[in-house]
Design a protein around this ligand. Structure first.
Ligand code: ADP
Length: 404
């Protein structure tokens, strides 16, 4: 198979994550993170094998950020190409693909128009994704530009699961429905679990738990997403690092009326000050919470308990939705690294066919492994996710097609 250099770009509201892969070998040639774009103290960390380069400079916007990245990629010491033309494909993570995109696509004028249309559905994400695409089309003009949508895998969710109990016109006229996110990751780990079980990817029913900074859980039937915990926005569902997940919407009215919180304050409260951070009062990072639990901090323990209880409720719901389940899969930062979360969210579920193996659960290697007992009817797996690599694969496929 011919080798190609593929750049993957993930533009957040004030950050750009990037990686250059040599595909299909999956070698990471360079990677980096730009943070605090648009602020006074923007920071860049750029890495190539054996070298880390860090600098604080002012980066005005995403366009300027990508210009700097393209310069680094061509740099004699820190670079990976002599000419940007060597980068034959650029894959962009795009958060919202609405109902229109059920897979990754080559970015055409029409695709751009659609992403632009979906801006109002994801005002915090799509405009930045779009800015990244526009800049990259200029900077890497000869390369195949591909969009990979977080929502794409969930376009198979049926109306019973995507409609809210709201006036139907809000769906019809204003597109208010469940979309779901983290699709690239749910798709990958569900496919990989089928391989590990030696089954056809369209013949497995699995529950995939993506537990990172954002957390979501998906019911996959015959290889297709049929329900997921994130909704119209990534705020719904599980408890997350700083997001509340499900709450009684009445709490919002109460806070607005009785405590005079305005729209911005409510948004901030639910997205930035809640979840593990809000519950524990310590941190949004499970590493800090785990440390405090070991010291006997009760609030830290409580936040873990609440996090796992919510998980368990969703797993129970999806077992019911799926009927027969082949496997439960844990992935992303928390899912891959915190045995106690896996243990607590699957505790006392033997009657549902889930029997965790304590020793395998506590082991750390290999990273990808089965952690259920051999006699467990429902298998449990830890499968590391790598969204950038999945996007690189999709992009590589398009590059190959174009070259032929
Ligand atoms: P993202 O959702 O941004 O892709 P990750 O999947 O990397 O993020 O997850 C980041 C989160 O995972 C951290 O905030 C932390 O809570 C948790 N995490 C990562 N590594 C560990 C670890 N070794 N031990 C415990 N928690 C971890």
């Amino acid at each position: 198979m011919q080798s190609e250099k593929i750049l993957v770009i993930n533009c957040g509201s004030s950050s750009i994550k990037y990686k250059v892969f040599r595909m299909p070998e999956e070698n990471i040639l360079a990677s980096g993170l730009m943070e605090k774009i648009g602020e006074e103290n923007s920071h860049i960390k750029h890495q190539v094998p054996g070298k880390i380069f860090e600098v604080n400079i002012i980066i005005k916007n995403h366009i300027e950020g990508l210009e700097i990245i393209s310069k680094y990629l061509r740099d004699k010491n820190l670079g990976v190409v002599e000419n940007v033309k060597e980068i034959t494909g650029v894959g962009h993570r795009v958060v919202h693909g609405g109902e229109g995109f059920n897979r990754s696509v080559i970015i055409t004028e029409e695709v751009l128009k659609k992403i632009e249309e979906y801006k109002n559905l994801a005002p915090l994400h799509n405009p930045h994704n779009l800015a990244g695409i526009m800049a990259s089309r200029k900077l890497f003009s000869g390369s195949t530009q591909v969009a990979a949508f977080d929502t794409a895998f969930h376009t198979t969710i049926p109306p019973v699961a995507y409609l809210y109990g709201l006036p139907y016109c809000l769906y019809k006229d204003s597109s208010i429905r469940r979309y779901g996110f983290h699709g690239t990751s749910h798709r990958y780990v569900s496919r990989r679990s089928a391989e590990l079980m030696g089954k056809d990817k369209y013949r497995v029913n699995v529950i995939t738990c993506h537990l990172g900074n954002g957390c979501s859980i998906t019911a996959v039937k015959d290889g297709h997403s049929i329900d997921t915990s994130m909704g119209f926005t990534p705020l719904e569902g599980l408890i997350m690092g700083t997001r509340s997940g499900d709450i009684d919407p009445g709490i919002m009215f109460y806070l607005a009326e009785k405590m005079n919180l305005d729209f911005k304050q409510l948004n901030n409260l639910l997205n930035k000050e809640s979840g593990l951070l809000g519950l524990s009062g310590i941190s949004n990072d499970f590493r800090d919470i785990s440390r405090e639990i070991k010291k006997g901090n009760e609030r830290a323990m409580l936040s873990l308990e609440v996090f796992c209880y919510r998980m368990k409720k969703y797993i129970g719901a999806y077992l019911a939705v799926l009927g027969k389940t082949d496997a439960v899969i844990f992935t992303a930062g928390i899912g891959e690294n915190v045995p106690l979360v896996r243990k607590k969210s699957l505790e006392n579920m033997e009657n549902f066919g889930i029997i965790l193996d304590e020793e395998k659960n506590n082991a750390t290697i290999p990273k990808e492994r089965e952690i259920s007992r051999n006699n467990s009817p429902v298998k449990v797996f830890v499968i590391p996710t790598d969204e950038e690599l999945r996007i690189a694969y999709d992009t590589y496929q398009f590059v190959l097609k174009r070259e032929h």
